[in-house]
Write a protein that binds this ligand. Structure first.
Ligand code: IPD
Ligand code: CA
Ligand code: CA
Length: 276
């Protein structure tokens, strides 16, 4: 008989790592000494990102030395052939954090054979903890959560984001933002993808879409949304694919309508980079 996968243990260890990293992050809040740009694109990294990542890795490696890891700042480590892959964003919303805009989180997801199965998203400023594991449901501060039941776009509040490459691509997401702002009760740009997904999971938002995301941005949030009863796919409703780097996550009720909108909106030509 195959051994049962201890999802609860994974969830508890991910929680331990997220809480520990959150307390490290808070030690730097308002006290940053260095804010560096990673690649000249406005993608910033601080000493808090590095310290939080070291904390998460320390906890995970102590418990699971044979698992694989993909972390935003240090990349791949651990046993590459493992069926268990931890996708870690030690500080999602670094730009917010650097400006003391208190909307940021630690995001830790576990993929088992490529499928996201455990997710923890923790905002240390508000001490708000989102957790989920496949088949075990989703919680906020240990209380069960569910997606909203809002049935249509017209009555929805959405979120999205604009990737760091927005000044060098025609695919800016600006047209989608404008159109959907007209068609809904509003579109928020919170600046932390993991929290956008957590907010869909707990019903604060009806839906979220974004392009150019990495596995560490969304792995944990995907589990939260699915376990809270929502739907996560590609823009065209096909299965979500980490390599395509686009995500559409909703309460399920507005999924078809939002997908249809995203597939038909044309880019705004006035924001095309020079020479394109
Ligand atoms: C970013 C945030 C932001 C999203 C960007 C991400 P980071 O992550 O999640 O909301 O719009 O695409 O890269 O750089 O703060 O970890
Ligand atoms: Ca991120
Ligand atoms: Ca980050």
């Amino acid at each position: 008989m195959p051994t049962a996968i201890p999802l609860e243990l994974f969830l508890d260890v991910a929680t331990e790592a997220a809480l520990a990293a959150g307390s490290v992050i808070q030690q730097y809040y308002g006290k940053l000494e260095s804010i560096e740009e990673k690649d000249g694109s406005g993608n910033v990294v601080t000493e808090a990102d590095h310290a939080a990542e070291a904390t998460v890795l320390g906890v995970l490696q102590r418990h699971f030395p044979n698992h694989a890891i993909l972390a935003e700042e240090s990349g791949a480590s651990g046993l590459a052939s493992s069926e268990f892959l931890w996708a870690i964003d030690p500080l999602d919303g670094t730009t917010n954090f650097a400006h003391q805009f208190p909307h940021y989180a630690v995001s830790i997801g576990l993929l088992i054979e490529g499928v996201p199965q455990v997710g923890v998203v923790y905002n240390p400023y508000y001490d708000e903890l989102f957790r989920a594991a496949k088949g075990l449901g989703a919680t906020r501060d240990r209380q069960p959560i569910q997606v909203s039941t809002t049935p249509d776009l017209e009555h929805s509040l959405l979120a999205t984001g604009f990737a760091y490459d927005r000044c060098t691509t025609v695919d800016t997401n600006y047209a989608e933002f404008c159109h959907l702002t007209h068609q809904t009760q509003g579109v928020r740009r919170g600046g932390a993808a993991a929290l956008d997904l957590a907010f869909v999971a707990c019903g604060r938002l009806e839906g979220y879409w974004e392009r150019a995301l990495s596995p560490w941005d969304v792995a944990a949030g995907i589990v939260l949304v699915e376990e809270a009863g929502g739907l996560v796919t590609a823009y065209d409703k096909s299965p979500h694919d980490f390599e395509a780097r686009r995500i559409l996550a909703t309460n399920g009720f507005i999924h078809a309508e939002l997908s249809q909108a995203l597939l038909t909106i044309q880019p705004l030509p006035e924001f095309a980079p020079e020479g394109s």
